[in-house]
Design a protein around this ligand. Structure first.
Ligand code: CP
Length: 318
């Protein structure tokens, strides 16, 4: 019997049922951190970074070690994937020695190329278009604090065209949340992602709404989220995005904006955060913020997704 290799390149590479299964696995792993030894050997997981990181490197390295494996962290500046040699050749090399490949890179087409030539699972650790591992951690955090996912209302305010917006649209709609994106008309999500999110929401009982008014976006919601206005890769636009004429200025999560959400709403931010820009210190450091739980949950969610992908792909190298 042949087994199809499963990859996690974007949020909708898994079904709603599979997402729920992975989140249940993450919760179980969190309660018994060393119970899953899927990577025992130790089996190697190649973890490549073409962009800056703190949380993703730490949480994947810890996750792989906890699963009994060895995290082989590769600096993208040394490997120069796609420059020194083709993405396909890198995939062929890594596949012979690693049980899985985790990659933070630029365009989504790069990680798709890696997956196309890999016989082991490839995991997206952030691309310009998506950040699916972050959304699993966010969903785990919401479930811990709210006790459920389906039927909750969620608002993301800020850059509607960035990777977090896209992954929130897909990942939250997949869990049956009512997703609202508050963003300027000139920073709309990609139409294909929006269409896919709406199709998922129709399947799960959730909904997707895009508005320009940040107050309308957060009104009465259970969860408020934002992200930096200068995503990795957009550093050249820092002045126009973060300066005095920033199109995102009115989307900053101030105490006043947060007060429009439900009184027991929680606040999420994938971090790193820039206080005084996309969020005020009084919110991110205040009682409704759950960002440190969210950050820790990267570890538990990634242990779950790695062990699940390896199991489904029949990829145990022992
Ligand atoms: N949230 C997140 O991906 O953090 P890093 O960029 O520090 O890895």
């Amino acid at each position: 019997m042949t087994t199809t290799v499963r990859h996690f390149l974007r949020d909708d590479d898994i079904s709603p049922q599979e997402q729920a299964e992975i989140l249940d696995r993450a919760a179980a792993i969190k309660s018994r951190p060393f119970s899953d030894r899927t990577l025992e050997g130790p089996q190697v997981v190649a973890v490549l970074f073409d962009k800056q990181t703190l949380r993703t490197q730490v949480s994947f390295a810890a996750a792989i070690a906890h699963l009994g494996g060895f995290p082989l962290v590769i600096d993208g500046k040394l490997a120069q994937v796609g420059v020194r040699e083709s993405i396909a050749d890198v995939a062929r090399v890594l596949t012979r020695e690693a049980t899985a490949i985790v990659w933070r890179t630029y365009g989504q087409e790069r990680i798709e190329e890696m997956a196309a030539h890999s016989s082991v699972p490839v995991v997206n650790a952030l691309t310009d278009e998506f950040h699916p591992c972050q959304i699993l951690a966010d969903l785990l955090t919401i479930k811990e604090h709210k006790g459920r996912l389906a039927g909750l209302s969620f608002a993301y305010v800020g850059d509607g065209a960035n990777n977090m917006s896209h992954s929130y649209l897909l990942g939250m709609a997949m869990s049956g949340l009512h997703v609202r994106i508050g963003t300027p008309a000139t920073y709309q999500p990609h139409p294909s992602v929006l269409a896919r999110a709406r199709a998922l929401a129709a399947e799960t009982g959730g909904s997707v709404t895009i508005v320009e008014d940040p107050a309308e976006a957060v009104a009465g919601v259970d969860v408020v989220a934002t992200d930096t206005w200068v995503s990795m890769g957009f550093e050249k636009e820092k002045e126009s995005r973060q300066g005095s004429t920033s199109p995102f200025a009115r989307y900053a999560v101030s105490a006043e904006l947060m007060a429009l959400a439900a009184s027991d709403a929680i606040f999420l931010h994938c971090l790193p955060a820039y206080r005084g820009f996309e969020v005020d210190a009084s919110v991110i450091d205040g009682p409704q913020s759950v960002v440190w739980d969210e950050s820790e949950n990267r570890l538990h969610a990634q242990k779950a997704v790695l062990s699940w992908l390896v199991e489904k792909s029949g990829g145990d190298r022992r």
